[in-house]
Unconditional design. Sequence first.
Length: 435
Amino acid sequence: MRRFALLAALVLAAAVPSAGRAGAQGVSFSEGTPFAEVLRRARAEKKPVMLDAYAVWCGPCKQLDRTTFADATVGAWARKNVVAAKVDAEKGEGRLLSQRYAVRAFPTILFLDPSGNELDRISGVFPPGDFIKAGEAILAGRTPLGEAIARLASTWDPALAGGVAAQLAQRNDLARLAPIGRRAAEEDPELLEDGAREAFLYLVSLEDGAGKLSAETLDLIESVAPRLSADPRVVVLRLAASREQARRGDAAAARASALAGLKGLPDGSPFAADLYDALASAEKVAKKPAAAVAAARKAVALGEKSGDGSWSRASRQVTLAEMLAFAGQAGEAKNVLGTAVPQASNDAGLFTRGSALLLGLKDVPGALAYARRAVEASQGGDAKSHAALGEALAASGDKAGAASAFARATELDPENGAFRRRLDALRPKKGARAA
């Protein structure tokens, strides 16, 4: 009887819901839930998100769990004020979130609004009382960074703007940097003040890194860049503008921006290869395959000469492969892509581009292999990788597998209408008879 009672107690204990890696009386973290679902819950509950980005090898992370997050007072505070979630920053979607928020140390606890914009962060181990104080200060906007942003909103100070912009850029915080960078160009159209100039350059760099310049930023570049010809950093503006103009299909403007950046720029400049890479995209938009291939070859050659890192070399070679495919040189395109892949390491984005290229060349098995490597490299946490797999599976005739891949892509990126439309097209129509 006593043995039965002990067994029953163990079963009941196992049935108690886990509170992440913390005790049941402490913070009850959601772990393994898609980030989009965490944000949906935050919007429904009208609370900010407290996201603990940890690494399994991190000793301070475990200490924070054993002490602060296991504390009942911290648990009660968290339940009242935030939606608490955990991510392993080195696995799956956690890797992408770590990149998105520029998490460079562990533990880092991010406080985000329900749209996913950062409010502020706590790094390191805090005892329970200090953790609650720091969290309350963040939620009230009373941190040094929050107060500096508030001061800028009321009184423009270019030096302060430059300092704040640098901090936000280090966190990849485009949402709060954007209004500061745009105001810098409005308050100081010549960007004569160092702080104003730096704030605008940080804005352009972050938007370019995100793969899209706003129309307002692009207009400001076209206005500001001619006045900054004496500043070597003007090439950053020309490069970003060229990339965005190519994305928008404006070949003439994209070519002009790239050539303006290259004017007077020595081949040994670290920006020269990037500008030729952008010029290749502009020529592709202009439907000039020979010029696109020539620019891409020049980018690869300059990158090799300047000692680019492995990712940059691989990216430029993938661009060259894309231009060769565009020019109808399928065999060389595949050879160049095969050279680039070993350098790509585990970059999901390059594998995704490779999959799209091979799919365009009707090499479905190759496209499938690259798409699967993209999903593997991202540990299943990248929506674009799943979409690439979906396209390759659809081309192979596996509509059920393609629908499953697009369902995962939509789960990871619910705001992407193209993924959802593709999923709807692949799903069996209601009332349709099975073949």
